[in-house]
Design a protein around this ligand. Structure first.
Ligand code: UDP
Length: 487
């Protein structure tokens, strides 16, 4: 494609996040960050995902930034999905994983190739920042000679581990699923068990999923490089290893959530909060600093009733103040899992949010002292940015890798003890283990040490995105490279 720099003097980056909140939230922040540096940015999404991003984009635009949304229709019905199923969040599930629906969702995502190509012809961007799941984007990038940057929402440690798994398959060399092994050629002797990994990594025969993993890998190798929501000081050994030993290009530009300074921006990430933020903030204002535990498991985890009951008993037993986010909507459920009288007994002590919480706003409040998290990378990084320690409760995806970074490398977390990867519902954790981990993160000398390490990391995170900081410089470097490539 012929791009004439005199006709279109501003660098134009096209962002296409996968349609799940864990992917869209950081990519929208990233698009805002690029726009703040004078880059024209366009976010591509589907009609029913527009409401999740339009207010924040409109606000950025009103602040003078060159930021836009382009809409592509999502062929859900053609792919066999119910009408309106345009976000991973809207895939029907009844306690568990709906693998068939997920496969259809990916099939629909594959059908974007042609309309996306038309969009490229129309918009003539200088760079594509496209989610890893859209593997076809690499061919389009090649065809139009536009650099394609990959985003998968993971850490540098995860990128290093993926490389090790691809090359050495250490998980296939242990005798049992519970035998720990070390990932070869990954700094810091990171240990895991096969039970904590996806089944696809343990299978020898080819299937739909192993073929997808292969395609992601091929797209990674063909791409211009990775863009990572992280900062150098957080995982320096893994940034260096990925770049210098594995030898791939990558830029860290995070924590991207820190681009949201105003309360409205912190509120406008993902869905509309299911709680009145003023009420939530005044409740937090009434609590002592570092006295509240925030409990939330991201957008994909959906614990069963028995697990929710265990959490309820455990929180009450800790005696700590809490904000607990439960995905189940009260209107749709009997909530017979909630111990009788729980809300009456914990009145004033805690808040339950049923649905969506304004997570970053809550984490940034000085009354919050720790986060019980499933270790999704966004949540992990938002917690680090707030300078808080965490109770780690990985469920699936690369969450077990993130736990290792938090507990073993950074030493700012206590594990709740999940031993097995179990999609969506998680490995069952008993109340005593939850209570113990929460107490350990909130009280005592060890808690103080973790809190002070977390606080120092939070300060580093903020410095990283300020002018002259490591992420600020990496983003500059990337923008410069893209600009000179265009010239
Ligand atoms: N999130 C939120 N409120 C909620 C649940 C999630 O704001 O009630 C946001 C959270 O701040 C994070 C994202 O959703 O930015 C979840 O991403 P993460 O990688 O932590 O987990 P995933 O949902 O992808 O498993």
């Amino acid at each position: 494609m012929d791009v004439d720099a005199t006709e279109n003097p501003k660098l134009h980056v096209l962002f296409f996040p996968f349609m799940g909140h864990g992917h869209m939230i950081p990519m929208v922040d990233m698009a805002k960050l690029f726009a703040m540096r004078g880059v024209k940015t366009t976010i591509v999404t589907t009609p029913l995902n527009v409401p999740f991003i339009s207010t924040t984009i409109e606000r950025s635009k009103n602040s003078g930034f060159d930021i836009h949304i382009k809409v592509l229709n999502f062929p859900c019905v053609e792919a066999g999905l119910p009408e309106g199923c345009e976000n991973l969040d809207s895939i029907p599930s009844s306690q568990g994983v709906n693998l068939d629906m997920i496969a259809k969702f990916f099939k629909a995502a594959d059908m974007f190739e042609q309309p996306f190509e038309q969009l490229i012809q129309e918009c003539k961007p200088d760079c594509l920042l496209v989610d890893m799941f859209f593997t076809w984007a690499s061919d389009i990038a090649d065809k139009y000679d536009i650099p394609r940057l990959m985003f998968n929402g993971c850490s540098f440690l995860s990128l290093c581990i993926s490389d090790s798994v691809n090359l050495y398959e250490p998980q296939k060399k242990v005798k049992s699923g519970s035998e720990p092994f070390v990932f070869p050629n990954v700094p810091g002797d990171i240990k895991l068990t096969r039970d904590q990994m996806a089944v696809i990594f343990t299978q020898n025969e080819e299937n739909e999923l192993t073929r997808s993993v292969k395609k992601w890998r091929e797209a990674e190798l063909k791409s211009y490089g990775f863009i990572v929501n992280s900062f150098y000081e957080l995982e320096a050994a893994y940034v260096d290893h990925y770049r210098n030993v594995i030898g791939r290009k990558a830029w860290h530009v995070g924590p991207v959530s820190l681009c949201n300074r105003a309360i409205e921006d912190k509120l406008d990430r993902g869905k509309k909060p299911s709680v009145d933020e003023q009420k939530c903030l005044s409740w937090l204002d009434s609590k002592l600093p570092k006295s509240v535990v925030y409990i939330c498991f991201g957008t994909a985890v959906d614990f069963n009733a028995a697990q929710l009951t265990e959490i309820a008993f455990a929180i009450e037993a800790t005696g700590q103040h809490f904000i607990w986010v439960v995905k189940k909507e009260k209107s749709n459920n009997e909530e017979d899992w909630l111990p009788e009288g729980f809300e009456e007994r914990t009145e004033g002590k805690g808040i339950m949010i049923r649905g969506w919480a304004p997570q970053v706003l809550i984490l940034d409040h000085e009354a919050v002292g720790a986060f019980v998290t499933h270790c999704g990378w966004n949540s992990t990084l938002e917690c680090v940015s707030a300078g808080l320690p965490m109770v780690t409760w990985p469920v699936f995806a690369e969450q077990f890798y993130n736990e290792k970074l938090v507990t073993d490398v950074l030493k700012i977390g206590v594990g709740v003890g999940t031993k097995k990867w179990k999609e969506v519902v998680g490995d069952f954790v008993k109340r005593d283990a939850i209570e113990k981990a929460v107490k350990e993160i909130m009280v005592g000398e060890k808690a103080e040490e973790m809190r002070s390490r977390a606080k120092a990391l939070g300060e580093m995170a903020k410095r990283a995105v300020e002018e002259g900081g490591s992420s600020f410089r990496d983003l500059n470097d990337l923008i410069q490279q893209l600009s000179s490539r265009r010239r």
